[in-house]
Ligand binder design. Structure first.
Ligand code: FAD
Length: 420
């Protein structure tokens, strides 16, 4: 029997909590609730976690959560890279933007590891609790509502369509959330003038040391050191991908060479547009994250801009806050709208502040300088970072820890977790 079949066998169609989506928010909240003794079913539409690159950052505040759960050593045993300083190359000036060494957290670095390894670890820990179920190849198609209350979901899987009843449905199905759409929750679009193109390029021993961003001639290239390759993100004006494609891959390689000439010797690795993935950037959030019987968290509640790479961290923080506030009412069978509203109240402030900063940077910096095909000079406020080292402590606070970091307070089920 395959792992998927094994996980699908003998599952009840009634659970206390049903989570739509097995991304960072869904797997974390599923794990935390099961750990508290709440029968929780996580439904993920894909057959595994192995997906294209969709962000590999694990921030200091997420590492702090993992430490609180006793999982930090297991997490750091996974192959990863640690970023302790952030540099950017702006025109011909190297600016040291961030120094993580003074953070008030156990881990004073940003870790990079494949998202599927992170999710596998959490799911494996979840499976130690009999209350945790993860069903793969299970796509939520609709919500079931009775008298104005969400009471379950309709799920499509290779076995057919089924209905899952739950006291609470958590929508963690990402920024194109089916659940939030079917539940009729209103989305507020905050606008994003950019898109990002992601690709891999090999890393060579003679390459310059990691500099997170290279910015010149109206072009911005993010480069994340992943050991033997660079994970590269090239920022373009929204909607320009079609135009770029029409100009051909050779012309695109020329754009990359202009902003990072040292990559010139390996740009042939981008054989075709199949090697370049478009991330259509969206910044939005729900006006109301819940309705009776339903709560949205992570990207399903608020899609973030890639600026700062904070989407995963916010998703995890939402999951921790949701478990902190909902585990006891769920256990005691007294969950009400008041508890769901409390989760939104807790998480709205950090979401709003972070999105505000992202939108400001998008509009005031990126929108103004993208596509200006001329050499760039580092603006004076950024050059101050090289002169006054204390300034470099601010970005790690904002990016690495964020606004209102959460701590695990949800209860732990009494007795031993199951093996395995
Ligand atoms: C190319 C790319 C690069 C990114 N880079 C970064 C980065 O460097 N750092 C960072 O912090 N963030 C990054 N992000 C954003 C980050 O991936 C998200 O903010 C984060 O994953 C949100 O977590 P989530 O659990 O809320 O949603 P998601 O990670 O989107 O997870 C949602 C899950 O739900 C599943 N799903 C969707 N619909 C259904 C359904 N109907 N039924 C069942 N399952 C469903 C999906 O398959 C997915 O597994 C990037 C995103 C992309 C696309």
């Amino acid at each position: 029997m395959s792992g998927v079949e094994a996980e699908s066998a003998g599952q009840a169609n009634r659970v206390r909590c049903c989570v739509a989506g097995g991304g960072p928010a869904g797997v974390m909240v599923g794990y935390l609730l099961a750990r508290a003794g709440i029968a929780t079913l996580v439904l993920e539409k894909h057959r595994d976690f192995l997906r294209d690159f969709r962000g590999d950052t694990v921030h200091p505040s997420t590492l702090e959560v993992m430490a609180e759960l006793g999982l930090l050593d297991s997490l750091l045993a996974i192959r990863h890279q640690e970023l302790r300083e952030i540099h950017a190359q702006i025109g011909d000036t190297e600016v040291q933007l961030a120094d993580f060494s003074r953070l008030p957290t156990r881990c004073r670095f940003l870790a990079f590891m494949p998202q599927w390894d992170f999710l596998e670890l959490l799911a494996a820990e979840g499976r130690r609790y009999p209350e945790f179920q993860l069903r793969l190849q299970a796509e939520v198609k609709d919500v079931v509502e009775e008298r104005g209350r969400v009471t379950g979901v309709l799920v499509e899987s290779p076995a057919g369509t089924s209905r899952i009843a739950a006291d609470l449905v958590i929508a963690a199905d990402g920024r194109h959330s089916t659940v939030r759409a079917r539940a009729g929750l209103e989305v507020r679009d905050l606008g994003a003038p950019i898109d990002a193109l992601w690709m891999r390029l090999s890393k060579r021993p003679q390459d310059p040391p990691q500099s997170l961003g290279r910015f010149d001639f109206g072009r911005l290239l993010i480069m994340i050191d992943r050991g033997d390759y660079w994970q590269c993100g090239y920022v373009i004006r929204k909607g320009r991908f079609g135009e770029l494609r029409a100009r051909g891959i050779e012309s695109f390689r020329g754009d990359l060479a202009k902003v990072a000439p040292f990559l010139g010797d390996r740009l042939h690795e981008l054989e075709s547009w199949d090697d370049v993935k478009l991330l259509s950037v969206a910044v939005d959030r729900l006006r109301r994250w819940w309705k009776p019987g339903l709560l949205c968290i992570g990207d399903a509640a608020h899609a973030m801009s890639p600026i700062g790479g904070v989407g995963i961290n916010l998703a995890i923080q939402d999951a921790v806050a949701a478990a902190n506030l909902l585990a006891r009412p769920l256990l005691e069978g007294r969950l009400s709208a008041r508890h769901l509203e409390a989760v939104q109240r807790r998480r709205m402030f950090p979401t709003r502040v972070t999105q505000r900063i992202q939108v400001l940077l998008q509009e005031q910096v990126l929108d103004r300088v993208l596509d200006r095909d001329e050499p760039v000079r580092a603006p004076w406020p950024l050059r101050l970072f090289n002169r006054w080292p204390w300034l470099r402590r601010i970005p790690p606070r904002v990016i690495g820890v964020g606004v209102r970091p959460e701590h695990v307070r949800s209860p732990v089920r009494e007795g031993r977790a199951g093996g395995g």
